[in-house]
Design a protein around this ligand. Structure first.
Ligand code: DQA
Length: 162
C-alpha cells in the first residue's frame, strides 16, 4: 500500500514562515516523522511539494493506479483551486486533507474550502501533529479497504466441495 503526501505552496518555508501560526518545525522534520510511522506500519510513502497549482494537479493524476491514499495540504490553493478539487475527484483515491492551523478561526477567506468536499476527511488545527493523525487515519482506511478486497475475493472463489 502506497501513500503520497502532497504539500502546497509555501509549506517548504515551514520553520521560517509565520512561526506564531505554523510553529518552528521544518517540513523535512514533519516528513521524517511520517516516514517513521509509514515504515513501522509497512506503508510505502512518497513526498512531494510544489508552489505551482498545475504541478499539484499533475502529481494527483500520477497517483492514479499507483497510490492507494493521498495526504494533501493544498495550503492557499485550498481556498481557490477547483482544478485540484477536480483532480482529487477524478482519481477517486481516498484523500485526507491537513491544515496545520485552524482555518476556521482565521480570516474569512480561509473559510472557503474547495478541497474538503471531495476528501475522506480533514485534519485541522493540530499543528504538525495533524500529519501524524492523518497517517493514523490513512492506515485505518487502508486496512478497511484491504479487508473489503479480501472479502470480495473470497466471495468470488468457487465453494470447496464437501
Ligand atoms: C494552511 C492554511 C492555509 O490557509 C494557508 O494558506 C497555508 C497553510 C495550513 O496548513 O494551516 O499555506 O493550509
Amino acid at each position: 500500500m502506497k501513500v503520497v503526501v502532497i504539500q502546497g505552496p509555501n509549506l517548504n518555508m515551514l520553520g521560517v514562515r509565520e512561526q506564531a501560526i505554523y510553529g518552528p518545525m521544518k517540513l523535512e522534520q514533519i516528513h521524517a516523522q511520517m516516514k517513521d510511522f509509514a515504515d513501522k506500519n509497512k506503508i510505502e510513502i512518497e513526498f512531494f511539494q510544489s508552489n505551482l497549482e498545475g504541478e499539484i494537479v499533475d502529481k494527483i493524476q500520477e497517483c492514479y493506479g499507483e497510490a492507494q491514499g493521498i495526504i494533501l495540504n493544498a495550503a492557499a490553493y485550498t481556498h481557490t483551486s477547483i482544478a485540484i478539487r477536480d483532480a482529487i475527484a477524478a482519481v477517486g483515491i481516498p484523500t485526507i486533507e491537513v491544515h496545520i492551523s485552524n482555518i476556521h478561526r482565521r480570516e474569512e477567506f480561509r473559510k472557503e474550502n474547495m478541497i474538503a468536499p471531495v476528501c475522506a476527511s480533514s485534519v485541522v488545527g493540530f499543528g504538525p501533529f495533524g500529519y501524524h493523525l492523518a497517517m493514523m487515519g490513512m492506515n485505518q482506511i487502508m486496512q478497511e479497504v484491504q479487508a473489503m478486497q479480501a472479502q470480495q475475493q473470497a466471495a468470488q472463489q468457487p465453494q470447496a466441495q464437501a
